[in-house]
Write a protein of this length. Structure first.
Length: 479
């Protein structure tokens, strides 16, 4: 992600005497060159987190259109749509920005799940049906989405899908949202759910279909049920006239919530399915469902995650053929991992460093226990783990499962063995992290040495202690 011009100009600004901009979560430029930035902010009077999207607006018409879109979105009462709380403008030294505040939702994006691989067909159907019902409710009060894609769908605690960006995402893209756009996008969500690929233009958070047509998911995955394939293709081809027709078709398909146990399967396939479920579904549910974040716009990337369990875990990745478009863990065998404590005695919990890369939620590396304050007792600026990949390796996504919640953690990377944390350039950081952190690196980073560096530790029994249950660095190929 990195720093942005907005971050330099607006960090700490109090919007409308209420929302204090705290931390940039992601940023991208629109086709007309405007920077759209997602901030984590604090609603000061209520002492709660909110999400604030900020963009420069040069014309009164653009400001009015975004304000009108936020007003329409605020009328949606369905709990599966993220609530819009406020809208306004701020003048910073002559630069005029428009902002939209929305509730902060704890949960990973659907895109984050699909980057790990397709979902079971029944789960994909359930997610899309919930989204269709939510958008139908929005349409009843005159609101549409217009820019729906997997980064706009969060899986909240309990497995409930929640949609961000109703009306406002389209306004930010200068688009006019319609019911037909939303039905087509729901078909694309169903396509993506069972293939891990996105069939529509305008969003690049998942790879495009690799072969075959752009409407039939069976052209990508021949295990997709034919009835599901028909519904997805019909929705993508504008074959449903309204939400009711689409929902009738979706409700005829088998479905189950993402956190529900899978039903028994035929004996001939049970072993393979159990193996798939062990590798993919439980780790995703533990590490991702109760995560943190909120996204809006055409590709605002990935946001923080936290887990319900004290020890989260990351899903084990399976290497795929080069060129498949799927991200994989960049090591085939565990890399060299050492504790990094240059301001102390040189090491902390050195015998447990391998636990950070073993994909086992019951094991972890932890820091020493510190007294007096969370900033390592005031004794040092930080402590962490250093990963040596053996050679410069390209990383696009970094995922951490942490011990406890509330750590301030940095990711640093470079090609020389560091003597101090600052010897490695800062790649990204997270303050007050949940039990999981999920960083998308824009641009991607190629480096040999990767440092996870703690500067603030969560409260633990008897003092302050942090740690790592699992680390995954993902890139285009495994080494």
């Amino acid at each position: 992600m990195g720093s942005t011009a907005q971050a330099a100009a607006l960090r700490g600004v109090l919007l409308d005497d209420r929302y204090r901009l705290d931390q940039v979560r992601d940023s991208h430029d629109t086709v007309d060159g405007r920077e759209i930035t997602l901030w984590r902010a604090i609603d000061v009077p209520l002492d709660r987190r909110v999400a604030v999207v900020v963009t420069p607006t040069k014309t009164k018409r653009a400001r009015r259109e975004l304000g009108d879109a936020a007003a329409r979105a605020s009328r949606v009462s369905d709990g599966r749509c993220v609530r819009v709380l406020d809208v306004g403008e701020v003048d910073d030294n002559g630069a005029l920005y428009t902002w939209v505040a929305s509730e902060w939702v704890e949960g990973p994006s659907l895109a984050a799940l699909l980057r790990r691989g397709p979902l079971p067909a029944e789960v994909a159907v359930d997610i899309v049906r919930e989204c269709a019902e939510a958008l139908q409710a929005a349409a009843r009060v005159g609101a549409h989405h217009g820019r729906l894609h997997p980064d706009e769908v969060l899986i909240a605690a309990g497995g409930l899908p929640r949609i961000t960006g109703v009306e406002t995402a389209a306004a930010l893209a200068s688009a006019e949202p319609t019911e037909a756009d939303d039905i087509r996008a729901l078909g694309a969500l169903l396509f993506a759910g069972v293939t891990g690929r996105w069939p529509l233009p305008g969003w690049s958070g998942l790879p495009a279909p690799q072969h075959g047509d752009q409407v039939h998911p069976r052209s990508q995955n021949n295990e997709v049920p034919r009835a599901l394939d028909d519904v997805a293709a019909r929705a993508l081809a504008d074959g449903f006239g309204d939400f009711s027709a689409l929902l009738t078709a979706l409700r005829r398909l088998p479905s189950r919530p993402i956190d529900a146990p899978a039903p028994p399967r035929a004996p001939a396939r049970s072993q393979a399915l159990r193996r798939w479920a062990w590798r993919i579904v439980p780790p995703l549910l533990v590490a991702m469902i109760a995560g943190g974040g909120w996204v809006l716009g055409s590709d605002l990337g990935r946001v923080p995650e936290s887990a319900r369990a004290h020890h989260a875990t990351l899903p084990a990745s399976t290497a795929t053929a080069p060129g498949s478009g799927r991200l994989v863990v960049v090591w085939r065998t565990p890399p060299a991992v050492t504790s990094f404590d240059p301001e102390g005695d040189g090491e902390e919990d050195p015998d447990a460093t391998g636990f950070a890369v073993d994909h086992d939620p019951s094991t972890s590396w932890t820091t020493d226990l510190y007294q007096h304050n969370s900033h390592l007792g005031g004794l040092k600026s930080g402590v962490g783990l250093l990963i040596d990949l053996g050679r410069p390796t390209t990383v696009r996504v970094a995922e951490l499962a942490l011990v406890g919640t509330g750590s301030d953690v940095e990711l640093r990377a470079g090609d020389r063995v560091p003597r101090a944390a600052d010897d490695l350039p800062l790649v990204d950081s997270m303050a007050q992290a949940g039990a999981s952190v999920d960083w998308t690196l824009r641009p991607e980073v190629t480096a040999r040495y990767w440092l996870v560096w703690f500067t603030n530790l969560p409260k633990a029994r008897g003092g302050y202690r942090g740690g790592i249950t699992d680390i995954a660095l993902l890139g285009p190929t495994a080494g």
